[in-house]
Write a protein that binds this ligand. Structure first.
Ligand code: G3P
Length: 217
């Protein structure tokens, strides 16, 4: 399972990348707005840190505009993956970008039917938003399971990128179902490391080490 960080914050990306456990980054207009950063410049800065796939989202409403914007984004850096919405226009734009050899991540996917269209359009990634489904009392993981079942059935190459993950159990459940990628906020990434028994055990080992460290040889 690949780990992507879902953020446009450079400090968070640097910290996580320094651990060598981050394979890529996903951004969206909301995340970039939160940083008050210049959109294109921030995408390039992120690409230079992670050296893996970095999703950058188009904002046009119609396919031609999305395709033009996607081509511009793809020129920014070889790591850029163009993010398009799972709408009719987004699907048209995806087909046009894929025909140009540009990698696409289709975002805001909320149903298995949409995910089927995403795979048929030839996107590199489909991003089901699991947390947002949970927010409206639908089980996000059910969508993930359905997408993986359908993709296996036909051998679709589109990678399933579990998105809108809100806590470590989302990551674990997505891994159990076989998601290709989990994208998560920095906070969730950090939570993956924590276990109170690890801390307690480590404290005890170090205390005991103090008792024997002078008698090593
Ligand atoms: O990757 C999608 C993500 O940015 C959406 O997350 O928490 O806003 O639903 P959230």
């Amino acid at each position: 399972m690949k780990f992507f960080l879902d953020t446009a914050n450079l400090d968070e990306i640097r910290k996580a990348a320094s651990l060598g456990l981050v394979d890529g980054v996903t951004t969206n207009p909301s995340l970039i707005a939160k940083e008050g950063a210049k959109f294109y410049q921030r995408i390039v800065e992120i690409c230079e840190i992670v050296k893996g796939p970095v999703s950058a989202e188009v904002t046009s409403l119609e396919a031609d505009g999305m395709c033009r914007q996607g081509r511009d984004l793809a020129k920014l850096h070889s790591c850029v993956v163009v993010k398009t919405p799972t709408t009719k226009e987004g699907l048209k734009a995806t087909r046009c970008l894929v025909a140009d050899g540009i990698k696409v991540n289709m975002t805001l996917c909320f149903s298995p039917a949409q995910a089927l269209l995403v795979a048929k359009a030839g996107a590199t990634y489909v991003s089901p938003f699991l947390g947002r489904l949970d927010d409206v009392s639908h089980v996000g993981m059910d969508l993930l399971r359905d997408i993986i079942t359908i993709y296996h059935q036909y051998g679709f190459k589109t990678q399933v990128l579990a998105a809108s993950l809100r806590h470590p159990l989302h990551v674990v459940e997505a891994a159990k179902l076989g998601a290709d990628v989990a994208t998560m906020p920095f906070k969730v990434f950090e939570q993956l490391f924590n276990h109170p028994l690890t801390d307690r055990g480590q404290d005890q080992f170090l205390k005991d080490w103090e008792k024997v460290k002078d008698q090593v040889l």
